[in-house]
Design a protein around this ligand. Structure first.
Ligand code: OOB
Length: 560
């Protein structure tokens, strides 16, 4: 008998650093890692309460799934994927909007141990081609059209450049690809099922906001992610009566797990997919579906609070709105409770792991002025200076963290990991925080080179690389400028190539879009300059450019 001692393809250690044995043992002994998997918990809920409604997709015709129906559907889809050769450890790029199929496909992949790679609906050629080739994806799942964009054409392009990509599954009209509706088939008889994924193995790859030219992938295991769901559910009071409205793009970590559609399903509640974050759509659904909980980014929370005053819909079922993803100003936070008539909870989280929440029993002042406490007593928090030395209690510094649901490294990125994690496994969040005497964290700013455009994260380097490909551009520097609505917007400073002829901001913006970058990464403003300011050591001074952007010259209208 031959014995293959190589780790299964989805064991975290194979493609990314994992928790050292003594930490894994500690997290198991503390009851954080319980040996559950996503596929198994859905089956358990379906057995315990088959007829409860798990999922509602209101558009265009209201569709509902009981727990039994969802579980059966997931089984049939999993069998269909398997029949098409998709197996344990395979990567599948999942790019679906907030529709029921996203939940079905994710659970079907969980069940066979294939790894969803969660793309956002806004991603375009540049991002999707990268995800497919970097992860050597075997399949790509898309809607036919969404928000005016035909995903089938993009899929054809990407298929042509990704040799591993064997399948494109389409929700709706498939064009030249395979309809997702054709995939489900009868599952194998009991006893003939293939080996199930193990709790310590990877469940999916989540996207990082990124600080480099290409987005990084975050390897999350069943054990660690399910712990963050249980913790989130307990803190937010999620139970079988919770009706959670998924307003933000469902693939993002916040609406997926804080407590999100996954937390809601874990608790046996009902997840309702919201096709648009606009108050007109969302408020009508809150009334009709008696929504109790949702999560918003600060700009949306602003729109909702402004609109709620004159709204005719009955929002009285709402108990709790979570706001996070970007800094929520105290002034805006104070307006939410009176306007929406429900509790507010701030959430400061990251797809790499650590999630902080204000608590339901925190004093109101704490809820509106802090970004909360970590989920776990074993979330280790260090606040350090530039030399990694702890700052005095209450002072601000760089936030480092490690714990039972914070990854120890990105997927297949050893060089980046050496910078993004300390030698003893703390993740360098890039956030500047301070801690109040009660242990609540207050986000004071950011040290990482990332722009937070209303919760959407942009790595300037990725945009700069796209602009640099323009033949008339000599150099470019992308910085954040403050914005009253989004918090930050992007500004690209461009040095034209000498003698290149006249360049217009719109030319640069169009060029970035044509490079296939998601629309939210297209610079909001472009300004042409002859040189960049430099720091003492000769590096480009992004601070100098940021302050130039907010100075008097910043208002020049032709530069927008
Ligand atoms: C969430 O996850 P990501 O991975 O898109 O972004 C993480 C980063 C944090 O490092 C921080 O810079 C920023 O987003 N952030 C906040 C914040 N919440 C996130 N900055 C200030 N205040 C907040 N409340 O954004 C995310 C993941 C899970 C739950 C919630 C948000």
């Amino acid at each position: 008998m031959t014995f293959d001692s190589s780790p299964p393809a989805t064991t975290p250690g194979a493609d990314a650093p994992t928790w050292p044995a003594e930490f894994a043992e500690r997290y198991r002994a503390a009851g954080y890692w319980r040996g559950e998997t996503f596929g198994a918990f859905l089956r358990e809920r379906a057995t315990a309460h088959p007829d409860r409604i798990a999922l509602i997709d209101p558009a265009p015709d209201r569709r509902t799934w009981t727990y039994r129906q969802l579980d059966e559907r997931v089984d049939r889809l999993a069998a269909g994927f398997r029949a098409r050769g998709i197996t344990r450890g395979d990567r599948v790029v999942l790019q679906l909007p907030n529709i029921g199929e996203l939940v079905e496909v994710a659970f079907a992949l969980f069940r066979i141990g294939a790894l969803p790679v969660y793309a956002l609906p806004a991603h375009r050629r540049s991002e999707i081609a990268y995800f497919c080739s970097f992860t050597e994806a075997v399949a790509y799942v898309i809607p036919d059209r969404h928000a005016g964009f035909d995903h089938r054409g993009l899929a054809t392009l990407v298929r042509g450049t990704t040799p591993t990509l064997r399948h494109v599954f389409v929700v709706g009209d498939p064009g030249e690809h395979t309809p997702l509706a054709d995939v489900p088939c009868d599952p194998p008889a009991a006893g003939a099922e293939p080996e199930r994924p193990q709790p310590h193995e990877l469940a999916f790859l989540q996207l990082s906001g990124g600080t480099t030219g290409v987005p990084k992938l975050i390897p999350r295991t069943h054990d660690d992610y399910l712990y963050s769901l249980r913790g989130s559910n307990e803190i937010c009071g999620v139970d079988a009566d919770t009706r959670f409205l998924v307003v933000l793009p469902a693939a993002h970590n916040f609406p997926a797990s804080s407590p999100g559609w996954l937390g809601t399903l874990y608790a046996g509640g009902t997840a309702v997919m919201c096709p648009s974050p606009e108050p007109a759509t969302a408020f009508a659904l809150i009334e009709r579906e008696r929504i109790t909980m949702t999560g918003l980014v600060p700009p949306l929370a602003l729109v909702w609070t402004d609109t709620a005053a004159g709204a005719e819909e009955d929002l009285s079922s709402l108990r709790l709105v979570l706001v996070g993803g970007a800094k929520y100003s105290e002034a805006a936070a104070r307006r939410l409770r009176p306007a929406l008539g429900c509790d507010l909870m701030q959430v400061f989280g990251m797809a790499e792991g650590l999630v902080n929440y204000t608590r339901l029993d925190d004093p109101y002042e704490t809820v509106v002025t802090t970004q909360g406490l970590p989920i776990s007593p074993d979330d280790e928090i260090r606040i350090v200076d530039d030399g990694d030395e702890d700052v005095p209690e209450g002072a601000f510094g760089h936030l480092l963290t490690r714990g039972p649901y914070t990854v120890r490294g990105y997927w297949r990125a050893p060089e980046h990991n050496a910078r993004a994690f300390t030698e003893d496994g703390f993740y360098r969040t890039g956030d500047i925080v301070r801690r109040t005497p009660t242990g609540h964290l207050v986000v004071e700013g950011r040290a990482k080179d990332q722009i937070n455009r209303g919760g959407e994260k942009i790595a300037p380097e990725e945009v700069e690389n796209a602009v640099l490909r323009h033949p008339c551009v000599h150099d470019v520097c992308v910085v954040a400028v403050p914005d009253p609505y989004l918090g930050e917007r992007t500004l690209a400073y461009v040095i034209p190539r000498p003698g290149a002829g006249p360049l217009e901001p719109v030319t640069i913006k169009r060029f970035v879009r044509e490079q296939g970058l998601a629309a939210y990464k297209v610079p909001d403003r472009v300004r042409f300059v002859e040189a960049f300011p430099h720091t003492g050591v000769g590096k480009i001074s992004k601070n100098g450019l940021r302050s130039a952007a907010t100075g008097p010259a910043a208002a020049r209208p032709e530069q927008h």
